[in-house]
Design a protein. Structure first.
Length: 63
């Protein structure tokens, strides 16, 4: 029997995770690029940052 490697599923991006939480693309991208989103202990400024489930993320308040 021949077995083929299954492609690894791609991790969801931060923007996708925020969109699935009901945040619009515009609001998500603005918050991310302004440095107001933390993934784990790191501030992330790239909407395409891999953020696989169940990685925690939080939007920080604007100043």
């Amino acid at each position: 029997m021949i077995e083929y490697d299954q492609p690894m599923p791609r991790a969801a991006t931060l923007a996708e995770r925020m969109r699935s939480a009901g945040i619009s693309d515009e609001r998500a991208n603005t918050a991310i690029t302004q440095g107001r989103v933390r993934v784990g202990d790191d501030v992330v400024t790239d909407p395409e940052h891999p953020t696989p489930w169940p990685t925690a993320w939080v939007v920080l308040p604007s100043s």
